[in-house]
Design a protein around this ligand. Structure first.
Ligand SMILES: Cc1cc2nc3c(=O)[nH]c(=O)nc-3n(C[C@H](O)[C@H](O)[C@H](O)COP(=O)(O)O)c2cc1C
Length: 374
């Protein structure tokens, strides 16, 4: 269906500050025989266009683009316009930063993060290319369709309105879900493939573990093919996914420590030292449940029992802390989405090697199993 050699799909990994799975990583995975998927979640249509062009330059193999289409975000508005709607009491103290909400100002000080200078930080520096709204997310899909990208992965929403056009343009659609109900809904709508991510997964994840999620999704939507996501990091995981009824894997975190991933060097090193228990689930960064490397900002917010705002207002509210932390090189506070599989990663490798080792490991296990375990 996807015209690829191995059933290994690089999960779309986006980010508010730019993609994690960018053109280089995507091309490396596709060139190695898997399917690379660009993470374009919060990027402007202009930036999505640029990334697709760059990927086409780096590979002539099929690849995909992941965007998110949450139905519950505002219809339109820039970061500055949406900030006006935050409706949080604003800090009076000049020294605390001009227009920060009180709660953000207090937390920023507690964490020792300086006031961001504006214009240089993680989000403010690329403000024109960070988008949050339904209107902007629609524009992203239009670019994907214009380019006739082989695969569109649609996270956090329902791609139904675009399915007919995708079919006409030859773009296969992957629905990204975290539970059986969502999988049933998207299968009925007619997506081509389902990626189901369990609780182990990095970034936005499901509420139940991959081991129980996958067979239940497979049973619920058969014959729609399922990719298993969440906690898969080597050939053992790939074979397990196949045994659970999936046709392949949807892997994000195992590629974070590759040479090609656009992920802070500090966080790549952190992953190499991480155990299976060094990630945490929180709504603090995007307003929706996501998994990250343990982080003092998440700890402080959740520890104080502070409520979170809905997407995208939560992200917009905490921009001053993120920007300030980035500018001051306080990388422990800059959020780094990552899954529990990071406990298995001990080396920075080229993405091609990750794909090859996964295939080799899986083949070895399958041979052993077919010989009765000798
Ligand atoms: C750094 C990072 C960023 C992510 N960004 C997105 C995203 O923008 N859109 C999306 O649908 N899923 C996103 N995810 C979730 C992945 O698509 C996928 O479900 C998950 O990585 C699979 O589990 P694993 O991390 O255990 O491999 C992200 C995951 C990570 C680790």
């Amino acid at each position: 269906m996807l015209d690829i050699e191995y059933p290994i799909v690089l999960a779309g990994m986006g980010g508010m500050g730019g993609p994690v799975s960018g053109p280089e990583l995507v091309a490396a995975v596709s060139n190695a025989g898997g399917l690379g998927v660009l993470g374009c979640a919060f990027l402007s249509a202009r930036k999505v266009d640029e990334m697709i062009r760059e990927t086409k330059r780096l590979t002539d193999k099929p690849f995909g683009v992941d965007t998110i289409i949450p139905p519950d975000v505002p219809l339109s508005g820039t970061t500055a316009e949406l900030k006006v709607d935050l409706d949080l009491p604003v800090a009076k103290d000049e020294a605390g930063g001009a227009d920060e909400p009180d709660v953000i100002d207090k937390l920023r000080r507690e964490l020792g993060v300086p006031v961001p200078s504006g214009g240089k930080g993680w989000l403010s520096g690329i403000a024109d290319d960070t988008v949050w709204t339904q209107e902007d997310f629609k524009k992203q899909v239009e670019v994907i369709l214009e380019h006739r990208v082989p695969v569109w992965a649609a996270g956090l929403g329902d791609p139904s309105p675009w399915l007919e056009e995708c079919r006409a343009k030859g773009t296969k659609v992957i629905g990204v879900v975290g539970g059986v109900r969502g999988a049933r809904r998207l299968a009925r709508a007619g997506v081509d493939i389902m990626a189901a991510s369990g609780y182990e997964a990095g970034g936005h994840n499901g509420r139940v573990g991959t081991m129980v999620l996958i067979p239940q999704v497979v049973d619920a939507i058969s014959p729609v093919p399922v990719l298993a996501g969440g906690g898969i990091g080597d050939g053992r995981g790939l074979v397990a996914a196949l045994a659970l009824g999936a046709v392949g894997v949807w892997c994000g975190s195992v590629f974070l420590s590759t040479k090609e991933a656009i992920y802070e060097e500090y966080h790549k090193q952190k992953i190499l030292e991480s155990t299976e228990d060094d990630t945490v689930v929180s709504k603090v960064i995007t307003g929706k449940q996501s998994r990250y490397l343990k982080n003092p900002l998440i700890n402080a917010w959740d520890g104080a029992g502070l409520p979170t705002l809905p997407m995208p207002m939560q992200s917009i509210a905490i921009i001053p802390i993120l920007d300030g932390a980035y500018e001051a090189n306080m990388m422990d506070i800059v959020p780094a989405p990552a899954g529990q599989v990071v406990g298995m990663t001990r080396e920075i490798k080229p993405a091609k090697q990750v794909v090859e080792e996964m295939v080799k490991g899986a083949m070895h296990i399958l041979e052993q199993l077919s010989q009765g375990g000798d």
